[in-house]
Design a protein around this ligand. Structure first.
Ligand SMILES: Cc1cc2nc3c(=O)[nH]c(=O)nc-3n(C[C@H](O)[C@H](O)[C@H](O)COP(=O)(O)OP(=O)(O)OC[C@H]3O[C@@H](n4cnc5c(N)ncnc54)[C@H](O)[C@@H]3O)c2cc1C
Length: 296
């Protein structure tokens, strides 16, 4: 690892000013779980690291019934999983965060670092996209909000401008009574998902009124499958209907092909994960209590 100067700004405007001044010579660091690996392997060789740890505006989780949830970008995955506000209002998000990676990464890695690194094989993007999250990007020029789909643009590429920092993640007030984030690994030894799929839905009795379904980790950026959402809307889910909907999901995505799995294998497994997840909609309308399990 090369030597670097550590900079300790306290405001978003200061971070933005440093980014604008130092350009490619600097990198922001939050938990460091992704960046330190890149530094050690000399994939990046900045002369300056900008620590985000002292920027108070990036911290905290707040909830307002009219505005919804705000999660500061510096919030660790473990803090998302443990937050009573997240567990009460968005249990699917708490559940996803409680199962991601391993305890070390959950306690050190931040939700903001996860999104900004834009590694395709991660869990929060599909879950946040299903929940219709907006990402707040701050700079000395002001603030702009982007949906997850506009923020994540390619392999390890996101829509941050050179002088911007992700300040927080905003979720609209909850309107779904069902939520499930499924992860599929090829072997039990793997931490990262080969496939994940987030499904949230609002039901009236047995009828699905509205659904949002997003496939992640196996496509370059999370893929929302609106054809499957439209197919499910207004229907009562049966095993046969879940199979049909899963076929729609599997045909709609464009999976990657790499050493962890061919595109054909991934498509087949997405079909299985989608069917099993959609079948969960057959259970009676009750809040998803999965997040109340013990959290590491
Ligand atoms: C062994 C291992 C297993 C993992 N398994 C999983 C998994 O199963 N599921 C999963 O979802 N993830 C997984 N991850 C990824 C993990 O979630 C991320 O590494 C972590 O969330 C990154 O956050 P960080 O705070 O450590 O980011 P850092 O390493 O500090 O930063 C990562 C990048 O984001 C930039 N950045 C950080 N914060 C901001 C910000 N606020 N604004 C702008 N840019 C910013 C940095 O400049 C850097 O380029 C795994 C990681 C490891 C090491």
């Amino acid at each position: 690892m090369r030597d670097f100067d550590l900079l300790l700004p306290e405001t978003v405007a200061e971070v933005s000013g440093l980014l604008a001044r130092l350009g490619e010579d600097c990198r922001m660091i939050a938990g460091g779980t992704a960046l330190l690996l890149a530094l050690r392997q000399r994939m990046v060789t900045p002369t300056h690291l900008i620590s985000l740890a002292g920027v108070r505006a990036l911290r905290g989780i707040t909830y307002d019934p009219r505005d919804g949830l705000r999660i500061g970008a510096l919030t660790t995955h473990a803090a998302v999983a443990r937050s009573p506000l997240v567990r009460q209002h968005y249990p699917v998000l708490a559940d996803m965060a409680s199962r991601l990676a391993n305890p070390q990464v959950r306690n050190q890695g931040t939700i903001g670092g996860n999104l900004c690194y834009a590694d395709p094989t991660t869990d929060p993007p599909s879950c946040l996209a299903a929940l219709d999250a907006r990402l707040a990007l701050g700079s000395a020029r002001g603030e702009r909000l982007l949906p997850v789909a506009a923020f994540l643009v390619d392999y390890y590429a996101c829509a941050l401008a050179p002088d911007e920092v992700l300040t927080d993640i905003r979720l609209p007030p909850p309107r779904f009574d069902f939520g499930h984030h499924a992860r599929f690994h090829r072997t039990a030894a793997e931490h990262r998902p080969l496939i994940n799929l987030a499904l949230v839905a609002r039901r009236e009795g047995d009828v699905v009124e509205e659904a949002r379904l997003v496939v992640g980790a196996t496509t370059v950026v999370p893929t929302r499958v609106m054809e499957a959402e439209a197919f499910l809307a207004g229907r009562v889910v049966t095993p046969a209907l879940a199979r049909e909907a899963a076929d729609i999901v599997a045909s709609a995505i464009d999976p990657v092909s790499d050493g962890r799995g061919s595109a054909a294998y991934r498509r087949d497994m997405v079909r299985v994960v989608a069917r099993r997840t959609i079948e969960r909609l057959m259970a009676p309308t009750t809040p998803d209590r999965a997040a109340e399990r013990a959290i590491a």
